[in-house]
Design a protein around this ligand. Structure first.
Ligand SMILES: Nc1ncnc2c1ncn2[C@@H]1O[C@H](COP(=O)(O)OP(=O)(O)OP(=O)(O)O)[C@@H](O)[C@H]1O
Ligand SMILES: [Mg+2]
Length: 446
């Protein structure tokens, strides 16, 4: 939203949830109307008490600039309210490199936002925060993040902050069992959900419960910028919903739950690649439909619709990125006989380096990461490609692909790579006038 309000006001957010029929006020709690009458727009000129703790917005912070290291908000103490301006001092102990904020400084009152002790505590549903503004939302998320609580609700919406590390110890797969209580609850399942730590599993459980209770279709929309964790969140939701149990319509096939989860490595191999922001970036959109038996709630099928694949990536990418994972998986991971058949070996029989292929030559295969001591390290993605190829091969089997089809998929993928080696003679291209194709001047790959 535009303007000094920075964000929706608490009243506006409550109104949205009320209209959606969810959130504390939807249950008929008193106070919403009162709140509406009284709530001032965030950042408006509420008199600031001398000594009050507030947030002030650093006007030099630019959200759109990723290299901007300026903090967006500072904690400060009000020394004097002068109407349009306030004299402030950074709150005790607040570290600040910018000399301009040291000592007493003046800030425009419209850049001063209310402080919240509730956000200080890091509460799990931000709809409860007494002073809801951009700063308190960020601070609440910050407080939780440092306790590895990456999930926080805003009413029915779950915010997930990328942990940039595996949180297996905190959220082992066994916690799925805890969230099954939501479906088992005869009534008040929303309260059961709220009594459990915020998690993607809870959202999936709630959607499933609503499906069974209301007999209406449910949708979980996962949104965020590249690298935010959408794919990981989608996989967690699928893992939960399939762990509730599934039944095979066709008994000759492997367990349905396993097959549904096996679609992920296949889709990621062919549709994900490394970008400047994410080593496993989905270069396509997907719409996953899961079907459940309306009587017993067990999963009975799945459908996956993919759209908007970034096809241009196949013929090249920027120097900080990589082509689709599948080319590297096959080149590095395919068994020797397959690699030989696909022209992945050089004249001496050794596996070719990816730079031997024009479509891969510009790819950047070295990832930079920080080790546990915070030291910057670099490594090739080869070990990961080998592991992921093995997972892909297992997924093909679990999905029931017959061997000739698996071979054909390898053939077509390798053929796409070899197409990059063709050299065309543009002088022979007649734009389809005489219906003659352009001549190929290289013969090595044909
Ligand atoms: N909940 C999580 N637990 C552990 N790691 C995570 C989680 N969410 C994200 N990550 C880490 O962040 C990386 C990027 O996440 P992910 O691929 O899901 O992003 P995305 O939103 O799908 O991005 P894109 O739009 O580029 O596809 C993951 O490979 C993983 O390393
Ligand atoms: Mg993704």
């Amino acid at each position: 939203m535009e303007g000094p309000a920075e964000f929706l006001t608490r009243t506006e957010i409550l109104d949205i949830f009320r209209l959606a029929g969810v959130g504390p006020d939807a249950a008929g709690k008193k106070g919403a109307a009162k709140d509406k009458d009284k709530a001032p727009a965030a950042g408006s000129s509420i008199p600031k008490e001398v000594g009050a703790r507030v947030w002030f917005k650093n006007a030099e912070h630019n959200e759109a600039d990723q290299d901007n290291v300026e903090k967006p908000f500072y904690q400060a103490k009000v020394l004097e309210d002068k109407g349009a301006k306030c004299s402030l001092q950074l709150w005790d102990g607040e570290a600040c490199k910018e000399a301009k904020f040291l000592g007493v400084f003046e800030a425009e009152t419209q850049h001063i936002l209310e402080w919240s002790d509730m956000a200080q505590a890091g509460i799990s549903d931000m709809i409860e925060i007494d002073e809801l503004n951009h700063a308190t939302i960020l601070w609440n998320l910050h407080q939780r993040y440092f306790k590895d609580d990456i999930y926080t609700y805003v009413g029915p919406t779950l915010l997930a902050v990328n942990p940039f590390m595996a949180l297996d110890a905190k959220y082992p797969p066994s916690v799925i069992e805890d969230y099954k209580q939501i479906m088992q609850a005869e009534e008040n399942y929303l309260e059961v959900m709220r009594s459990l730590p915020a998690h993607t599993y809870a959202v999936a459980a709630y959607a499933h419960k609503q499906l069974i209770v209301t007999k209406t279709r449910q949708a979980i929309v996962i949104a965020g910028e590249s690298g935010a964790g959408k794919t990981e969140a989608a996989k967690l939701a699928m893992a939960f919903l399939t762990a509730l149990g599934s039944k095979n319509v066709d008994e000759s096939k492997g367990p349905l739950a396993t097959r549904i989860l096996s679609t992920n490595p296949v889709l990621e191999a062919f549709g994900n690649s490394r970008t400047a922001r994410n080593d496993n970036s989905s270069r396509f959109g997907k719409y996953i439909k899961l079907y459940f038996d309306k009587e017993d709630g067990l999963c009975v099928g799945a459908e996956n619709k993919n759209y908007l694949l970034e096809k241009s990536r196949v013929i090249g990418c920027t120097p900080v990125e990589r082509n689709y994972h599948i080319f590297f998986f096959i080149l590095r991971g395919a068994p020797d006989a397959t690699a030989k058949r696909l022209g992945m070996n050089d004249a001496k029989g050794a596996r070719k380096h990816y730079s031997a292929f024009r479509y891969l030559a510009t790819c950047n295969d070295i990832r930079t990461f920080k080790d546990k001591d915070g030291n910057e390290k670099k490594e090739s993605m080869e070990a990961r490609d080998l592991k992921d190829y093995a997972e892909l091969a297992a997924a093909f089997v679990s999905l029931g692909f017959p061997q000739p089809e698996i071979d054909a998929i390898h053939d077509v993928t390798a053929a796409a790579l070899h197409c990059g080696e063709l050299v065309l003679d543009p002088s022979t291209f007649d734009d389809g006038k005489a219906n003659t194709p352009v001549s190929i001047t290289s013969t090595a790959v044909v």
